[in-house]
Write a protein that binds this ligand. Structure first.
Ligand SMILES: Cc1ncc(C[n+]2csc(CCOP(=O)(O)OP(=O)(O)O)c2C)c(N)n1
Ligand code: SF4
Ligand SMILES: [Mg+2]
Length: 260
């Protein structure tokens, strides 16, 4: 795969309205993440779905460590933070102690795919009735933009400045594809937040995963590809297109497994 090096920033397009109003669970319109970061958009979808299903009061979210973690203190939601990579194990314990709770885990790719891959695979294989969410930007964003196991070939990171290449760095791990093979996984989908249409589609995936958890279907999983222009060394407006050309081109978008 050729190295993907953005040469010029695409033109800035006017912002487009994707929802009527911010979810009331979001206690502030302001955050301290970088301009153009995809995490706040992805997180907003989670809160919107919780509100639509009226499950916020019985929802508990277990988070790892990463830039997305900051969204917890802006959200009117019960949350727990655990050791890097361990959210699905902690979520298992929470759900088994509180079976009527709606239990979610939220991790980044560094947290889940690089540091804690075993945890999510085993939780899925056990068929834990939780919903695990992955905000995948292909870098350890919070600590400076280093390569993760999900960095795609050709992608520039702080530790793959010329682009990831298999000889030196190995191949990316497609965690959704791994999970979809496991019998305990009831629902596996991958979305993105780089265009309004993709945001709407991803919201439907998160909604469906939540409904299936409430129905006791088994392990449910949604991966969301999110922008990290800072870690990717691309101009802020170029983040959505870079996501499409790199991560989306490698991984694809859609439902990988459904109970139907
Ligand atoms: C065991 C352990 N290793 C490393 C760290 C340092 N650390 C904190 S956040 C982070 C980056 C997480 O990256 P990712 O999960 O992809 O989330 P992002 O910031 O990209 O959203 C790292 C390496 C840590 N806190 N604990
Ligand atoms: S470093 Fe990347 S993931 Fe972290 S806040 Fe900035 S854009 Fe978002
Ligand atoms: Mg990341």
């Amino acid at each position: 795969m050729p190295t993907i090096v953005p040469t010029s920033a695409p033109p800035v397009v006017p912002s487009q309205q994707v929802a009527e109003a911010a979810p009331s669970l979001m206690q502030s319109q302001e955050h301290e993440l970088c301009p153009g970061c995809g995490h706040p958009v992805a997180w907003r979808l989670v809160l919107e779905c919780m509100e639509e299903l009226d499950i916020a009061a019985r929802s508990i979210i277990i988070v790892g460590h990463g830039c997305y973690t900051q969204m917890m203190r802006l959200s009117d939601l019960d949350s727990l933070q655990c050791l890097h990579g361990r959210a699905p194990a902690v979520g298992t314990g929470v759900k088994r102690m509180l079976p009527d709770a709606a239990v979610f885990t939220l991790q980044g790719d560094g947290d889940m795919v690089s540091e804690g891959l075993a945890e999510v695979l085993h939780a899925a294989a056990r068929g834990e009735r939780i919903t695990s969410l992955l905000f995948n930007n292909g870098v350890f964003g919070d600590t400076g933009g280093h390569m993760t196991a999900s960095t795609v070939l050709g992608q520039r990171t702080k530790t793959s400045l010329e682009g990831r290449e298999p000889g030196a760095h190995g191949y990316p791990v497609d965690v959704s594809r791994l999970l979809a093979q496991l019998d305990g996984a009831a629902y596996v989908a991958r979305g993105a937040v780089n265009t309004p249409g993709m945001i709407a589609r991803t919201k439907r995936m998160i909604h469906r995963a939540m409904e299936l958890q409430l129905a006791g279907a088994g392990f449910t999983f949604v991966e969301v590809l999110t922008m990290c222009p800072t870690g990717w060394f691309v101009p802020t407006p170029g983040g959505p297109q870079y996501l499409e050309d790199s991560m989306m081109a490698t991984y694809g978008i859609g439902e990988l497994k459904t109970p139907d």
